[in-house]
Design a protein around this ligand. Sequence first.
Ligand SMILES: Nc1ncnc2c1ncn2[C@@H]1O[C@H](COP(=O)(O)OP(=O)(O)O)[C@@H](O)[C@H]1O
Ligand SMILES: [Mg+2]
Length: 410
Amino acid sequence: MTRRDLDALLASREMVLVAGSGGVGKTTIAAAMGVAAVRRQTGNVLVLTVDPARRLANALGLEAVGNTPVRIPRNALERAGIDARGKLFIAMLDTKAGWDELIHRHAPDEQTRDAVLANPLYRNITSRFVRSHDYLAMEQLHDLHATGEYDLVIVDTPPSRNALTILDAPSRMAEFFGSRLLRWLTVPYRSRLFTVASKPFYKVADSVLGSRFLQDIADFFVLFQAMEEGFVRRAREVESLLTDPRTAFVIVSTLEAAPTHEARYLARALDERQMPLGAIVANRVLPSALASPAASAAAATLGTGTGAGDLTIAERVLTALRALDDASAEPSSDDVDVAEVDRILHRLAERFDDVAMVATREADRLAELAELSPLVVSVPWLSGDIHDLRGLGILADDLRNGSHGAESPR
Ligand SMILES: Nc1ncnc2c1ncn2[C@@H]1O[C@H](COP(=O)(O)OP(=O)(O)O)[C@@H](O)[C@H]1O
Ligand SMILES: [Mg+2]
């Protein structure tokens, strides 16, 4: 029986796509998975990130990097307490380029390319059809994967209103080229535009819209059709990479209501598209021990202020504080009396109820997510931001320790 944990997942795939709603920790988890991977396996691991927080980007040396992968030096990893067997590379995914870049890439020749780019309708029309940014990101990672230089590519996905846009980008690109609208528009325009019957209409149209308007449209789509084959072939390749068994999706979510909902939706969407879900990472999770009835009972007892014996709990706590003060250079209980300690304990007990309630809700949501994925990993809320390699190293440990993998297939 194979062990199900994140290490096993990272070792068995060539491409891991990290998805989820904004702000849940996708970029951070993607980077931490890169660290986890090079700790365990030899070979080249590339983390393709989208929008690292500035401090993290600086720490990783990404400022100067752009979309060419750079290697994180082994001694930098060592200094952060990371003992790496493999080589870790990092790059920024370029999501700014748009259609121009696609045209540059797919035009069969320079003439077509320049004609498309110079066509006055080009920008207007393309901006209405497919959002090319998501698609470009997909093409980039296809390229990087295709170089064969990396044993594993971990891809952070762009923040988008709907994570599905990135999954569907390739198929929408292919559909765009196969669409009836485009076919109709690319029927050689002489036969369509200049039939005797339609001539008056086009005359009027031209006089209203400008003399070359329809000609431009026709030219544009004819040019576009010249690129269809290349575009569609690529889109299909990218699409098949997303459904390849060597690829896995990792959904990152916090256990708040909205991100959990989004994660469930995403898991189902992957299933429908036959895109392999490898794991759900529940990030910034409260310790489950907080949800235990025993912990709540203990907190309640502290809050009542009276324990066993003659002394109240507040008195005992104060005695303990004073004993600590005796041993410390900075006394903390000088100005505190029993009544004050009692109030503090009360307040702590009340707060504990709130925290316990959140932890209980989180445990329920984690259980819901576990039904949708072969592996669920929970990662605690670390104090302070994660902004350097050391933080990523700690997170990488947590990713390993937090696996709730089913031992048997689900
Ligand atoms: N487990 C965690 N503990 C503490 N802070 C975290 C954790 N995961 C992420 N963060 C912080 O949360 C913020 C958002 O994370 P980020 O990875 O940029 O999210 P996303 O890419 O999903 O928008 C960052 O400041 C990051 O340092
Ligand atoms: Mg991000």
